[in-house]
Design a protein around this ligand. Structure first.
Ligand code: RIB
Ligand code: CA
Length: 334
């Protein structure tokens, strides 16, 4: 096989248990060079999510730095922080299920997330792929600051939205609801930058079951035990609120698809127009996705609406746990 340079990845994230699965996978995948991790308020406040990113960098002994980003949604940046908008204790009191992990502040850069994103895109034009796993505030701020430069991002892989459903409201998904304005600004560059939207339609198809977590604990070694411990509160919320025996690892879907797009069939990926409602009230944060394509709206996104959950999980197990994935394939019924 001819030499393939590693793909340059910036992970923009609000860890977050599902973010943690995604971050670990991206750091372990040999085809990625995670050049930096930028944090954004979302699941928890900026202090928690930044500390959690540092914990994960330390756990994997990754050589990338962490860059602190927006402490609130775009429209709230100049207001006192309103923590009532975060995900509460869905991801545990600290956003990582309360697991005890050290973190090294020397891995925290003094450069802001937005400045880092812009500097990296300028250094590597048309090469940088952004894994956007939280509210899109940092991305929107970068676009507002240098709109032409941000058009040189190669791909934005965004977990967010939903064609037919919401989670934080009946029609809105948390990341895009938390900062709808930033989501709309991000999709405004969708004719210049390939933006892939992974909404709740596809993420709910891929949820990890109790069997999957049992296997991760039994065969995943120390990392597997950390995953199992951190997911307990998160899985509790899925049983209590959704009667799901397991949990949806939303943010892992864009990472696995970016690695192996064959988890979805080509006909499950729609090149279409996406718009995010910024109206206050009932429809705030709703993604309006034009799958019917009868109105000649400008196409600004690739919306992935289906994935093979078994293949998705097997790719994850192979990348993160190596050979024990064979035991998963042979013995674990999802
Ligand atoms: O709605 C799911 C998304 O919101 C995920 O990114 C999760 O981590 C939370 O940020
Ligand atoms: Ca997230």
């Amino acid at each position: 096989m001819s030499y393939q340079p590693k793909r340059k990845i910036i992970i923009d994230t609000d860890p977050g248990v599902d973010d943690a699965f995604a971050i670990v996978t991206a750091l372990k995948y040999q085809g990625f060079e995670v050049v930096g991790i930028t944090t954004v308020a979302g699941n928890k406040g900026l202090d928690y999510v930044t500390k959690n990113a540092l914990k994960l960098v330390g756990l994997l002994n990754a050589d990338c730095m962490v860059y602190q980003g927006a402490h609130a949604a775009l429209k709230d940046l100049d207001k006192p922080v309103d923590q009532s908008k975060d995900a509460g204790n869905t991801h545990g009191f600290d956003g990582l299920g309360g697991i005890k992990l050290p973190y090294d502040l020397s891995r925290l850069s003094e450069q802001s997330a937005v400045d880092y994103i812009l500097a990296t895109v300028e250094q590597y034009p048309n090469e940088v792929e952004i894994m956007a796993l939280g509210p899109l505030t940092n991305i929107a701020l970068a676009i507002q600051t240098e709109p032409e430069l941000m058009k040189k991002v190669k791909t934005i892989w965004s977990m967010g939205g939903g064609v037919y459903r919401g989670n934080v409201t009946p029609v809105a998904e948390f990341n895009y609801w938390f900062d709808a304005e930033s989501a709309q600004i991000t999709y405004s560059i969708g004719q210049d930058v390939d933006i892939y939207m992974f909404g709740l339609d596809v993420t709910y198809q891929t949820y990890f079951t109790a069997n999957d977590f049992f296997f991760i604990k039994q065969e995943g070694g120390e990392l597997g035990r950390h995953f199992y411990d951190m997911v307990q509160d998160y899985a509790d919320s899925y049983w209590k609120n959704r009667r799901i025996t397991g949990a949806v690892i939303h943010d892992l879907v864009p990472v696995i698809y970016a690695i192996d797009p064959t988890i979805s069939n080509p006909e499950d990926v729609y090149h279409c127009a996406v718009s995010v409602s910024c109206e206050p009230g009932l429809v705030h944060g709703q993604t309006v996705v034009d799958l019917v394509d009868r109105h000649n709206y400008l196409k600004n996104s690739y919306v992935v609406i289906n994935a093979d959950d078994r293949k998705f999980k097997e790719v994850f197990m192979e990348i993160v746990f190596g050979e024990v994935a064979d035991l998963y394939k042979k013995y674990v019924v999802s």
